[in-house]
Design a protein around this ligand. Structure first.
Ligand code: IPM
Ligand code: MG
Length: 389
């Protein structure tokens, strides 16, 4: 390493330090959660995304419009369609979220977002940051809540993935110090950890979940994971009725496939990257990532999305119309719960349980051997209408 290279790396690190220090202070100064019930009008932003995104998002919007029709008619709720989060537009602007899209997002309270293509080195697009990751940071959506349920196998898990820190905080700002030395950075802040741990424990308390598992790799990643573990434990001590246990991510990954042990797990709280990886594994037990929705929760905004990507291969092979909308429908049900529509949320979850597992009148296969996304959406709507009488 030359002295010039070293100075350049230090300057780079210095800028990251300033940025992360400012972020840590902003989190600590944050006010409380917005009470959606007190708003005169709630605005739901809708971003279709790209790939299969617009196709599956359309079904979720249809169901939401049906369930929220009264509030829309009374002027208490509005949908705001936000275009421009496509990979083509993001690539053309050279930004993870184009400025006008970000302004529009900030004009909403909650957002339903279809999957967006994430560029990676060598795919022909500029290697910009993922739109998901950028949106989570820009709107400070610090908690990624991902439920996985398989009642007949005793699986009832809710993951609280920290969503703005860890390996993702500056994941697109690593340093190529020399041709032979690259470094990335992992970030943990005190308030960033406390707020996700609190949310996980509050959820456990409110929903009578008797166990919270704190997941880390604090035996090796001693500083940042060590801080995450010790602060989450500290929060846990404020909830004496809840059992706290600690797991390293490697053995937890194994225990999720141990049929005897995995039934004991309820709520997990974990750093960003481990949460990313393990929620894909967990979703597989319930039928794959196509069945799993997620809530990205912040104090001012919340965004609801599928846990999977935009499946560009399906589009390339002309199969987009056979994409499974269930992940986005689950996300829509989570959105309903978040805005205080508990009854409608439960009805949609129930309709999905019926259509996806109990009745299965239509099967989705991802190709023309099964039904289309539209047909499945209609099936869910009809089932919902029957449930609501
Ligand atoms: C997820 C996705 C994203 C992530 C990708 C698309 C950037 O895998 O929401 O889990 O890594 O967070
Ligand atoms: Mg993921």
């Amino acid at each position: 390493m030359t002295e010039t290279q070293k100075q350049a790396a230090l300057a780079h690190f210095s800028a990251l330090l300033d940025e992360q220090d400012a972020r840590a202070q902003a989190i600590a100064a944050q006010s409380n959660f917005v009470d959606y019930a007190k708003l005169n009008k709630l605005i739901i932003g809708v971003c279709g995304g790209d790939g299969i995104g617009p196709t599956i998002t359309a079904e979720a919007v249809r169901v939401l419009k049906y369930l929220l029709a009264d509030d829309v008619a009374a002027g208490k709720l509005e949908f705001c369609i936000i275009d421009g989060l496509t990979i083509e537009n993001r690539a053309a602007c050279g930004k993870a979220i184009p400025d006008d899209v970000l302004t529009a997002l900030k004009g909403c309270h909650v957002i339903l977002k279809g999957p967006t293509t994430t560029p990676q080195q060598g795919d022909g697009y500029p290697n910009i940051e993922s739109a998901n990751v950028a949106m989570r940071k820009a709107l400070d959506l610090f908690a990624n809540m991902r439920p996985v349920r398989v009642p007949e196998r005793g699986i009832d898990w809710t993951f609280f993935r920290e969503n703005t820190e860890g390996a993702y905080a500056v994941g697109s700002c690593g340093a190529n110090v020399t041709d032979d030395l690259a470094m990335d950075f992992v970030v943990t802040t005190s308030e960033g950890t406390r707020r996700i741990a609190k949310l996980a424990y509050e959820f456990a308390r409110a929903n009578n979940k008797e166990r919270v598992s704190i997941v880390s790799k604090a035996n090796v990643i001693k500083t940042t994971d060590g801080k995450f573990l010790s602060l989450a434990k500290e929060i846990g001590s404020e909830y004496p009725e809840i059992t706290t246990d600690e797991w390293y991510i490697d053995i937890l990954t194994a225990k999720l496939i141990d049929e005897k042990r995995r039934r004991d797990f309820r709520v997990f709280v974990l750093p960003n990257l481990y949460g990313d990886i393990i929620t894909d594994e967990a979703a597989e037990f319930q039928g794959g990532v196509g069945t799993a929705g997620s809530a990205n929760i912040g104090k001012r905004y919340a965004m609801f999305e599928a846990i999977h990507g935009s499946a560009p291969r399906m589009v390339k092979e002309g199969r987009a119309q056979y994409a499974d909308p269930c992940s986005m429908l689950r996300a829509a049900a989570m959105l309903l719960a978040h805005i205080g529509k508990a009854k409608e949320s439960a009805q949609l979850h129930r309709a999905l349980d019926i259509c996806m597992t109990e009745e299965r009148k239509l099967a989705m296969t991802g190709r023309d051997t099964g039904c289309t996304c539209r047909e499945f959406g209609e099936y869910v709507c009809v089932t919902l209408e029957e449930l609501r009488g």
